[in-house]
Design a binder for this molecule. Structure first.
Ligand SMILES: Nc1ncnc2c1ncn2[C@@H]1O[C@H](COP(=O)(O)OP(=O)(O)OP(=O)(O)O)[C@@H](O)[C@H]1O
Ligand SMILES: [Mg+2]
Length: 232
């Protein structure tokens, strides 16, 4: 049984039909990249999985349980975490307070030391307020806030957006280490090279439809798909 099995997902904002019969699966310990142009529906897919928006129809089975229609806090308790594009850390709290707060309601949690081993920079910055962090540090904290809840599945929405190449390189290395340690990840990225370098499999969304499902090798062998749907 897959960790995540999505079938026939349809999501609307008001009258606007955004996702059309989206089906996908994610196996345990797999890294899946979800790619597509601006407005393709990538964030809406992650939000639909996490219960931030409620899909109108379709099935989302997570670790064997149907979660479509459930609230996001219930889905979080079931072991899914979404790291939003806008990071959503608490600026007035320091790094450690952000981490402890995130861990409070989790049934299983990582010890702080494991978080700090993963992100040594956050240990150095443990007493700094969220607002005083650099963009890269904020993204590390956003990911760390999800990890401290020991998620079965972590959804990353454009984690590298707006970050300097050297920071992207470091964060990508952390993501690869997490994956090597067995963390299941779905990553949405505009940085296609970075996403493909970590993914076991990839889906492409176009206007709310899944138009490609295959390995990064399959995708690289089809330049016309890369060009048509990703503009590269
Ligand atoms: N809250 C909302 N209300 C109405 N329409 C929305 C809302 N959020 C997104 N949309 C629309 O839904 C479509 C899909 O948006 P979504 O944010 O899922 O795309 P995306 O693939 O994540 O794009 P990007 O690469 O720009 O982040 C777009 O046409 C967008 O304008
Ligand atoms: Mg988006």
């Amino acid at each position: 049984m897959s960790l995540l099995e999505v079938a026939g997902l349809n999501t609307f904002y008001g009258d606007s039909h955004i996702l059309f019969d989206v089906s996908m699966h994610v196996e345990r310990n797999e890294v899946v990249a979800l790619l597509g142009r601006n407005g393709a529906g990538k964030s809406t897919t992650l939000k639909s999985l996490m219960g931030v928006v409620t899909p109108r129809s379709g099935s989302v089975k997570f670790d064997g349980t149907e979660i479509a229609g459930k609230k996001s806090h219930a889905i979080a308790l079931a072991g899914m975490q979404l790291v939003h594009e806008d990071r959503r850390i608490f600026g007035s709290l320091n790094v450690e307070e952000n981490l402890v707060l995130a861990s409070l309601s989790a049934s299983e949690k990582w010890p702080l030391e494991r978080i700090y081993d993963t992100f040594p920079r956050l240990k150095e910055r443990r007493t700094s307020r969220g607002t005083d962090l650099s963009g890269g540090e904020q993204q590390m904290l956003a990911i760390a806030r999800a990890l401290i809840r020991s998620p079965k599945l972590i959804l990353l929405d454009e984690p590298f957006e707006g970050l300097a190449p050297i920071i992207v390189r470091d964060l990508l290395a952390v993501c690869k280490k997490l994956a090597a340690d067995g963390q299941t990840i779905v990553i949405v990225e505009q940085n296609i090279a970075a996403a493909l370098s970590i993914a076991n499999r990839t889906y492409i969304l176009n206007n709310g439809h899944v138009v490609f499902d295959g390995t990064p090798q399959d995708l690289k062998a089809k330049p016309e798909i890369l060009h048509r749907y990703l503009g590269v």
